[in-house]
Write a protein that binds this ligand. Structure first.
Ligand SMILES: [Zn+2]
Length: 323
C-alpha cells in the first residue's frame, strides 16, 4: 500500500512538472515595465523605476541644507504620495524662513505640535475601541483593558522607548476578538481601529515617525513609497513562486503594508484596489499592443488575482483580444 502511494505521488509530480506554464516575463522585462508610468496594483498611484531611486540614494547632498535637497527632489514631486507631497511643501516654505537648516532640524521644529495633534486623533479612536469593554464577553473585555492600558502608556509618554505601532495594535486587537461569534461586532471594532492614522495618511504621523531619522533618510522617505516593486501575490512564506507568474507591480508603500496577509485583507484595507487593479491591467494591455508587455502575463495576473481575492478582483481584459 505504501509502495503504491509512493508510485502515485511520483507520477503526480512528474505530470505536474510537465504542465508548469511558461514564465511569461523575465524579472528584467517586468522591471522594465516600470519605465512606462504604471499605476500601482493596489493604490493606483504612478510608480517610480527602482534604478532611478537607487541613483538618488547615492547623493551625498541629501544630508545638506534643505534648500539644496529640495532642488534634488523637485523632479519627483509629481510622483510623491499625498502626505509626502504635503511634507515636501512644508519643507519648501520652511526652507525660505530657515535657509541654513537641514530636513531633520526642520522636522524637529514641528515635532511637538504634530505629536500633540497625533495623540489627539489616536486617543479619540482608542476611546471608541475601549467602549467595547462594555459589550464584549468578560475574558475578552479584560484582555482589551490590558491592551488599552499598555497603549495609553505608550502614547501619553513623551519619550516611550518603543514608539506606538498601528500594525501591532490592530494585530493584537484582532487576536483578542478572534473567537467572538458576532461577526458584525468584530468587523465594527476592527473598522474603528483601522481609522488610526498611518504615516502615509496623516502629516502629523509622518512628522512624528521621521523626526527621529537623519536628513537623508527623511528625504528618501518622501520618495520611497512611490518606488515600484514586485509583490508576491501568494506570499513567499506560503511558498509563493518568485517569478512573473506570481509577481504583480506594486508601489513600496502598498507592498510593505500588506506584509504576508492575504489579498482579501489587502482589499478590505484598500476598498479601491479592484478599481486600481483594473487601471493597471488597462495600462498593461496598451503596453502589450506596443510589444512591451505580453498577453500571457496579463492573462495569468487576471486568473491569480481572481482566485486569491475570492472573486473581488475580476479584471476585464477583453480589450486584449481586440485588434
Ligand atoms: Zn500603491
Amino acid at each position: 500500500m505504501a509502495r503504491m502511494e509512493k508510485k502515485v505521488k511520483k507520477t503526480k509530480i512528474t505530470s505536474f512538472k510537465s504542465e508548469l506554464p511558461q514564465i511569461p516575463l523575465t524579472r528584467k522585462e517586468l522591471k522594465n515595465l516600470l519605465n512606462y508610468r504604471i499605476p500601482c496594483l493596489c493604490c493606483g498611484k504612478e510608480m517610480l523605476h527602482p534604478d532611478i531611486y537607487m541613483r538618488l540614494i547615492d547623493k551625498k547632498e541629501l544630508n545638506g541644507k534643505a534648500s539644496d535637497v529640495i532642488k534634488l527632489l523637485e523632479p519627483f514631486e509629481n510622483i510623491m504620495h499625498p502626505v509626502e507631497r504635503q511634507v515636501f511643501n512644508m519643507f519648501k516654505s520652511m526652507a525660505v524662513k530657515y535657509p541654513d537648516k537641514d530636513f531633520r532640524e526642520l522636522l524637529l521644529l514641528k515635532k511637538d505640535v504634530h505629536e500633540l495633534a497625533l495623540v489627539k486623533i489616536q486617543s479619540s479612536i482608542f476611546n471608541k475601541v475601549s467602549f467595547y469593554r462594555r459589550i464584549l464577553p468578560k475574558k475578552m473585555a479584560r484582555q482589551l483593558r490590558k491592551l488599552m492600558i499598555k497603549t495609553n502608556d505608550i502614547i501619553f509618554d513623551p519619550e516611550p522607548h518603543k514608539p506606538f505601532s498601528r500594525r501591532i495594535f490592530i494585530h493584537k486587537l484582532k487576536n483578542i476578538i478572534k473567537n467572538l461569534e458576532n461577526k458584525k461586532l468584530k468587523d465594527e471594532i476592527i473598522e474603528i481601529a483601522r481609522r488610526l492614522p498611518r504615516s502615509s495618511d496623516e502629516v502629523s504621523a509622518f512628522v512624528v515617525k521621521n523626526a527621529r531619522k537623519s536628513s537623508d533618510v527623511i528625504a528618501l522617505n518622501l520618495i520611497h513609497p512611490s518606488v515600484g516593486t514586485f509583490e508576491h501575490l501568494t506570499p513567499k512564506c506560503m511558498l509563493g513562486l518568485s517569478n512573473s507568474l506570481n509577481f504583480a507591480l506594486e508601489c513600496s508603500h502598498c507592498n510593505n503594508s500588506r506584509h504576508h496577509y492575504p489579498i482579501t485583507t489587502q482589499v478590505e484595507e484598500n476598498p479601491y484596489m479592484p478599481h486600481n487593479a483594473q487601471l493597471q491591467a488597462d495600462k498593461l494591455i496598451s503596453l502589450c499592443k506596443k510589444g512591451v508587455c505580453n498577453k500571457e502575463y496579463i492573462e495569468n495576473l487576471r486568473e491569480v488575482l481572481y482566485w486569491l481575492s475570492e472573486r473581488t478582483i475580476d479584471l476585464d481584459i477583453s480589450k486584449l483580444y481586440i485588434t
